[in-house]
Design a protein around this ligand. Structure first.
Ligand SMILES: Nc1ncnc2c1ncn2[C@@H]1O[C@H](COP(=O)(O)OP(=O)(O)OP(=O)(O)O)[C@@H](O)[C@H]1O
Length: 638
C-alpha cells in the first residue's frame, strides 16, 4: 500500500468532485455533519473553520498512522475507552480515575491549543477559542454548542458557557453505571481546561454543572478564570497527580477578600496537610521549602508518581536533567513527603565549593586541623543525621572528593578533617546532576562505583521545551507569585505574549520562565497585560527576533535589540519600557557565530560585567543559579 497521507479535506473534496465514488465507507452525510456547528456570536465561517481544521487531519494507512498536523492520533473504539475507564474506576476508585482522566484530557486540550496557535497565529482570540470546540467535535468526542464565551484581555478574564451534545464519555459511563448522581465528562472537562488555559496562558477552570450521566437532558459546562470561581479547589484537585503538587492560583486581584486570599494560598501551598508544620527542622536549610510545585504534563506527572513511590523508602535517589528543570525542588519535596520530614534537609551545591574545602564542608573539621580552623564544626553529613542530604551538581566533584564520599556512603560513618574518631551518620542521600554521569564514567571523570551507588533510583526531569503542557500553569503560578511579591496589578498576558512564550525554547527551563515573568511583572504597566517585550528584554531569542544584553562599562547594562516578537510597535514600547526601567535600547549586534564555548564564555563575561561582578545577579541575568554561574566562571577562569 502506498505511504500516502490523505487528509479528511482531500476526501471531502474528492467526494464532492467525483460524486462520492472515492469515499468508500464514509457516509454521504459526513461532510454535512462536520460543517454542522453553529455558534452564537461567531459564525461557522470564521477561520479556522471545521474545513480549515480538517486540512490538518491526515490518514496514513500505509504506515499505520493518523496525524493531526504533527501529533500522532489514534482512532479508538469509544467502547474500548469505556472499558478502560470502567476498569480504572473499579480498580483505583472514582476519585483517582477521575483525576487520571481529567489530566489526560488536559494534555489533549493543551496539544490542540498549541496546534491552533501554530497553524493560525493570527486568529483572533474568540476564533482561536472556538477552534477548540471544533477540534473536540472533529475528534469525535462531543458536539459543542456555545451559549456564550468572552475573553477580556485587559482584565485577563475568561467566561464561557457551553452545552455539550452526544458526549462520548457519557455514553460509556451510562452504559457501565447507568444514570447516577454526579457529572461524568471528566476527560472532556480536562480537555476544555487544558485548551483554554493554554490558549490564554492562565488558569481557566471548567466545571460541568449539568450532565447527562446525572439525569440532565444534555451537559452544560461553565468555564471561568480560576479567580472568578469561589471554590476552584475542588476542580483543580483533579489536575494534581499527587497531593503534594499544588495548582497555581489564578492571579489574585487585590480586590479579593483577604479571607479568600488566605484560603487560596493555603490550599495551594502544595504541601500535604500535616507535613508543613513537621518539616520545619529542614526549612531553614531548604530555600524551596514553601514553594509550590506545579505541573500537568505527562512527564511531570510521571516524575511525581516516581517521587511518591520512592519517598517512603530510604533509597538513594538521583535526579537528572538540565539546569533549572526543578531537580532541587523535587529533592526538597521528596524529603517533605518522606518519613524523615521532621528531620533536617541539608543541601549542598558541589559546584559552589572550592576543591580544597569540599572535604571539610562534607565531613566537618576539628579545631587546629589547618590554619584558620579555629573551632571544630560538623560537616553536612553530620548535620543531616537522621534526615536527608542533598548533593546538587554532583558531577562537578573531583575524583578525590568522589573517593571520600564513596567511603562515607559505604561505611555509614565520617571522620572530621584533622580528627581521630569516626562519627556514625544515618542520612538518606539524594543527588542531582545536569551532566550525563554515564558519559562522565566513560570519560574517566566520574567513578563508576560511585555512579552505581547513586543510581539506585534515577528520576529524570525533562526540559521544559519537552513538557510545554506545563507552561500555562507555570505562567499563572509565577504571575500570581510576583504580583503579590512586587505589589503589581498586572492582569495577565497579551495574546502576543502567550504566543511568544509557547514558541520560546527555554534553554534555562523553569528558572528562566520564572525570571522572565518576574521581569515582565516589574516592567509592565499596572492594569495592562504583559507584552512580549516585557518578557524578552534580557538577551533571549524569541520567535523571529532577538534582544541581546550588551554591556558598556560598569555603569549598568544597555539593552541592544534586534526586533522583538510583535514588530515595530513592540520595539517602541520596549524602548519606552526599558527607558522606564533605566536601560536604553540601541541597534543590534551581529549574530553570534563563534563556537559554543567561546559564545558561552563571552556571555558569562558580559553578564558578570553587567552585574558589576555580582555572581548571583549575573546568574539571574542568564537564567542560571548562583552556584552554576560560579562554577562556570571558575571553569573558564574568568
Ligand atoms: N514544578 C515546578 N513548579 C513551580 N516552580 C518550579 C517547578 N520546578 C522548578 N521550579 C522553580 O524553578 C527554579 C529552578 O528550580 P531548581 O533550582 O529546583 O532547578 P534545578 O534543576 O535544581 O537547577 P540547577 O541544576 O541549576 O540547580 C526554582 O525557583 C524552582 O522553585
Amino acid at each position: 500500500m502506498p505511504r500516502r497521507r490523505v487528509s479528511l479535506a482531500d476526501l471531502h473534496r474528492t467526494a464532492v468532485g467525483q460524486g462520492q465514488a472515492l469515499l468508500g465507507t464514509v457516509p454521504a452525510e459526513a461532510p454535512r455533519a462536520l460543517g454542522g456547528f453553529d455558534t452564537h456570536g461567531i459564525s461557522q465561517h470564521t477561520h479556522p473553520t471545521v474545513a480549515d481544521i480538517s486540512e490538518c487531519l491526515f490518514f496514513s494507512p500505509g504506515d499505520g498512522r493518523i496525524w493531526l498536523q504533527d501529533q500522532r492520533m489514534i482512532l479508538l473504539h469509544s467502547e474500548a475507552l469505556g472499558s478502560l475507564r470502567r476498569e480504572l474506576i473499579d480498580s483505583i476508585g472514582l476519585d483517582k480515575a477521575r483525576g487520571l482522566l481529567t489530566r489526560a484530557g488536559y494534555v489533549s486540550g493543551a496539544r490542540d491549543a498549541r496546534l491552533v496557535r501554530q497553524q493560525w497565529p493570527d486568529a483572533e482570540p474568540t476564533a482561536a477559542a472556538m477552534a477548540g470546540t471544533r477540534l473536540h467535535a472533529l475528534e469525535g468526542v462531543v458536539q459543542v454548542e456555545v451559549v456564550h464565551a468572552r475573553y477580556n484581555a485587559e482584565l485577563g478574564e475568561y467566561d464561557g458557557e457551553f452545552i455539550w451534545h452526544n458526549s462520548s464519555e457519557d455514553d460509556e459511563h451510562i452504559a457501565a453505571y447507568g444514570v447516577g448522581g454526579s457529572p461524568a465528562c471528566w476527560m472532556q472537562v480536562g480537555y476544555a481546561t487544558g485548551y483554554v488555559s493554554t490558549l490564554f496562558g492562565r488558569m481557566i477552570v471548567f466545571r460541568e454543572v449539568e450532565c447527562r450521566s446525572s439525569g440532565a437532558a444534555h451537559c452544560r459546562v461553565v468555564g471561568k478564570s480560576a479567580e472568578l470561581w469561589d471554590d476552584p479547589e475542588q476542580d483543580l484537585f483533579y489536575l494534581n497527580a499527587q497531593d503534594f503538587v499544588g495548582t497555581p492560583p489564578a492571579t489574585l486581584p487585590t480586590s479579593m477578600p483577604a479571607g479568600a486570599q488566605g484560603k487560596v494560598r493555603t490550599t495551594y501551598l502544595g504541601v500535604p496537610p500535616g507535613k508543613a508544620a513537621s518539616s520545619n527542622a529542614g526549612a531553614a536549610a531548604d530555600p524551596t521549602a514553601h514553594a509550590t510545585m506545579v505541573g500537568a504534563s505527562s512527564a511531570f506527572n510521571a516524575a511525581c508518581h516516581m517521587l511518591q513511590r520512592v519517598a517512603p523508602t530510604a533509597a538513594t535517589v538521583l535526579f537528572t536533567g538540565e539546569s533549572g528543570v526543578g531537580k532541587e525542588m523535587f529533592a526538597s519535596m521528596l524529603h517533605r513527603i518522606s518519613p524523615r520530614s521532621s528531620q533536617p534537609f541539608v543541601a549542598i551545591n558541589c559546584a559552589a565549593i572550592p576543591e580544597t574545602l569540599v572535604e571539610s564542608e562534607l565531613f566537618g573539621v576539628e579545631r587546629g586541623a589547618y590554619t584558620g580552623a579555629g573551632t571544630s564544626r560538623p560537616g553536612r553529613f553530620e548535620r543531616a543525621h537522621d534526615g536527608t542530604l542533598f548533593l546538587d551538581e554532583i558531577g562537578t566533584l573531583s575524583l578525590v572528593a568522589q573517593g571520600k564520599l564513596l567511603r562515607a556512603l559505604q561505611e555509614g560513618e565520617v571522620e572530621r578533617v584533622g580528627g581521630t574518631r569516626t562519627v556514625r551518620v544515618d542520612v538518606r542521600l539524594v543527588a542531582a546532576t545536569n551532566v550525563d554521569l554515564r558519559q562522565a564514567v566513560r570519560e574517566g571523570t566520574f567513578r563508576e562505583d560511585l555512579f552505581y551507588r547513586l543510581n539506585v533510583f534515577p528520576i529524570h526531569l525533562p526540559p521544559l521545551r519537552d513538557r510545554r503542557d506545563d507552561i500555562p500553569l507555570l505562567m499563572s503560578h509565577f504571575l500570581a507569585h510576583y504580583q503579590r511579591k512586587h505589589q503589581r496589578q498586572v492582569p495577565g498576558f497579551s495574546q502576543a505574549a502567550v504566543k511568544a512564550m509557547f514558541h520560546y525554547p527555554f534553554p534555562g527551563n523553569i528558572r528562566e520562565l520564572q525570571n522572565l515573568i518576574e521581569r515582565a511583572v516589574i516592567l509592565a504597566t499596572d492594569g495592562e497585560p504583559i507584552e512580549p517585550h516585557h518578557l524578552f528584554a534580557g538577551g533571549e531569542q524569541s520567535g523571529g527576533g532577538v534582544m541581546s544584553l550588551l554591556l558598556q562599562g560598569n555603569s549598568g547594562g544597555t539593552l541592544h535589540a534586534q526586533g522583538v516578537a510583535g514588530g515595530g510597535a513592540a520595539m517602541q514600547a520596549a524602548a519606552a519600557a526599558s527607558a522606564r526601567a533605566g536601560v536604553a535600547l540601541a541597534p543590534a549586534v551581529a549574530p553570534v557565530v563563534a563556537p559554543l564555548h567561546q559564545a558561552e564564555e563571552q556571555m558569562l563575561r558580559q553578564a558578570l560585567q553587567s552585574a558589576g561582578g555580582n555572581v548571583a545577579l549575573a546568574g539571574r541575568l542568564l537564567g542560571i543559579s548562583r552556584a552554576t554561574m560560579a562554577y562556570r566562571v571558575r571553569k573558564f577562569g574568568i
